[in-house]
Design a protein around this ligand. Structure first.
Ligand code: PMP
Length: 357
């Protein structure tokens, strides 16, 4: 029997299956696989959600005016530089669609955020992945791979899954080599966890360049992963056109109100981020003491470069009731969670090292 015809790319492109089986399993594992905040929402947030819940017979504000105003005030930038989306994945999708002329290419590092190739292929954009060197973006090679067809370069800083950051001087030299007709997306989903002073703040740096856009999210440090809100900052002449490419009404009223409240409660939320950063240091030091080689991370996760053992270690963690993210043949990414969950992970990792053949 013939089946309906769909685009052939859907047969060949990779599918994104994060936390496979986690949501369906009867006993919820400890969730250290999706780089979420381990904290439950503050009461101010749940109250904002309840208030917005009472309005859901109406469509949300498609322009996200109140949230855009709060973001503009928070960052000291003009409102017209901001585009709000249903998570930064939605904004990435918008970006890929916005550059997807026939033959368009995107240069990105690999391994990096797994949705870059998925969204690119879906939009008909050809991926040019450039392997990391020593766990960081090889910016020189990435610039070398730019051709007249390159319409977008993505730099994930800090990089998911390694947690590493780009050297600011190298990043500046790299950006100077990008033609002004090519967009550069600085994906800063984990920016709030950065503690090293030598890290580029895309919002301070990128705004001088009309071809740079910066992506931020409420899913990590702000603890709103379940509501799907992210934002993009760029030149107003670019953001005006990107807004047209986004899906109308994609950001719910509940999400918009909760995000506005999260900005009101920013100080309290950033203290939670400080706790996660302290846990990051504690967990990394414990792993280093046990003999693991863990790169310094500026994000809310750590990278275990296990190579061929990655899949087996991922399964081992699953058996111990812990969801982590295995990248077969490369390594395992573990989110820095609550102290209790981190301790369970440390025990599992130590047992693996001592009992493995
Ligand atoms: N960028 C990076 C680098 C990420 O790791 C993630 C989430 N894992 C996202 C973007 C998407 O985040 P969200 O859609 O929840 O804002």
């Amino acid at each position: 029997m013939s089946l309906p015809r769909l685009r052939t790319v859907l047969d060949t492109m990779p599918s994104y299956q994060p936390s496979e089986g986690v949501y369906a399993s009867e006993r919820r594992p400890r969730l250290l696989s999706a780089n979420e905040s381990p904290h439950q929402p503050l009461s101010g947030i749940t109250e904002a959600i309840a208030r917005a819940g009472a309005t859901v017979n109406r469509y949300p504000d498609p322009g996200c005016a109140a949230l855009t105003r709060s973001l503009a005030r928070t960052h000291g930038i003009d409102e017209d530089r901001i585009v709000v989306g249903a998570g930064s994945v939605a904004l990435l999708q918008t970006l890929f669609q916005a550059i997807a002329d026939p033959g368009a290419e995107v240069v990105h590092a690999w391994p990096s955020f797994e949705l870059y190739p998925v969204l690119a292929e879906l939009a008909g954009v050809t991926c040019v992945p450039v392997p990391l060197t020593d766990g960081t973006h090889d910016l020189r090679t990435m610039a070398d791979r730019i051709t007249p067809r390159t319409r977008l370069v993505v730099v994930c800083n800090p990089n998911n899954p390694t947690g590493t950051v780009a050297d600011p001087d190298e990043l500046a030299r790299f950006i100077a080599r990008i033609p002004p007709t090519c967009l550069v997306a600085l994906d800063e989903a984990y920016f709030e966890y950065v503690r090293s002073p030598a890290v580029t703040n895309g919002l301070e740096y990128g705004l001088a360049h009309p071809n740079i856009v910066v992506l931020r999210t409420f899913s990590k440090a702000y603890g709103l992963a379940g509501l799907r809100v992210g934002y993009l900052v760029g030149d107003a002449r670019v953001t005006r056109r990107l807004r047209k490419a986004g899906l109308a009404y994609a950001v719910s009223a509940v999400a918009q109100h909760a995000a506005v409240e999260a900005l009101v409660l920013q100080e309290q939320l950033m203290r939670r981020v400080d706790d996660t950063v302290a846990e990051r240091t504690r967990v990394r030091e414990a792993l280093l003491r046990d003999g693991w080689a863990i790169p310094a991370s500026e994000a809310n996760f750590l990278w275990l470069p296990l190579g061929e053992d990655a899949a087996a270690f991922g399964q081992w963690c699953t058996h111990q009731g812990i969801a982590v993210r295995a990248f077969p043949g490369e390594g395992v990414r573990v989110t820095v969670g609550s102290r209790e969950d981190n301790d369970v992970f440390l025990t599992a990792a130590a047992t693996w090292r001592t009992t493995r053949p």
